[in-house]
Ligand binder design. Sequence first.
Ligand code: A3P
Length: 340
Amino acid sequence: MDKSRKTVVEYLDKIWADSEKAAPEDLLFSYKGILYPGTLCSPETFQVLDSFEARSDDVILAAYPKNGSNWLDQVLNDLEITAAKYTEEEIKERINITNELSLFPRLEFGDPEKFKRMKELPFRRIIITHLSPQVLPKSIFKSKAKILLLVRNLKDTAVSYFHFYNNIPTLPSFGSWDEYFTAFMHGKLCWGSYFDYLVEWNKHMDDENVMAITYEELKEVHYCQIALEQLFLLTIVSVKMHRHLNQTLGLKKIADFFGFSLSEEEIQTVAEKSSFKAMKEKSSKTHGALGKIFFRKGIIGDWKDHFSEAQNKEMDIKFEECLAGTKLGEKMKYGLYCKA
Ligand code: A3P
């Protein structure tokens, strides 16, 4: 097991075991009208969420489930650790402290006491959450901590969440894709409606401490490479240069936003370590039994094999109503990634 992931792997494996034992009615609970998984979150933790004290140098990643938070979790940790130029000793100490404090991989997971323990972390904290901005602890916005908002096209998010729901014991399975699709469209899933989530975050698009990035933006470079390689038959050297430049573009943007200073080579190393293939291969060491479920396909456009014509139309209409013409809606390039 990856030592730095010891607590996370143990935690995820325990959640899996607890979920298998849980009665179906205990798998979900509703808090202020939104569903959450009962083995990961609790109403008690939500009640004290506002006691979380953000620091201005906190690194916050906000992402709706299945938008790629595990991917960026690794990216942000690697960028931060590389930029901080910790010694081996300091890295070990950092891991030990995190393990001792039993902290959980998402802000809203775990016991209500965790916010007190989080105060004890003596280094820059990387905090990941699936929560909408209006639910987040107030101190996050007051402190002006920087927030990276990761979004993914609605249709692939829906498909990814469907497989997640049906493959982990933590969430109740759906009888069919059609049944699930209705739940997705009505926000009857954990963390609520993805449409509402995007509408709420869109209100923060002009905040100076918020930067949005898309899954596709981080991923599409790969498609550009393939297209270039196939269409223009460029020489291997120039393709390699192109790949090098593109793969690192999104990560540079993220590093600049948080003020992480890394060389080209260091960014390239982080990019290579965080490729889907590399992460999937290591997933049992980094995420235990859940690894194979978290790292499923990692592609753009899987929705084309799931959506019926009527479902495409229904989602296209809802996107128009909720997000067309908004800053975040434009950023998501719905026409490019979601139109049949
Ligand atoms: P799929 O189910 O479409 O494969 P999260 O981490 O927020 O749960 O998101 C999971 C989704 O991100 C999954 O999508 C997973 O495969 C994808 N993913 C994880 N790591 C990735 C990576 N390094 N590159 C691209 N996609 C990745």
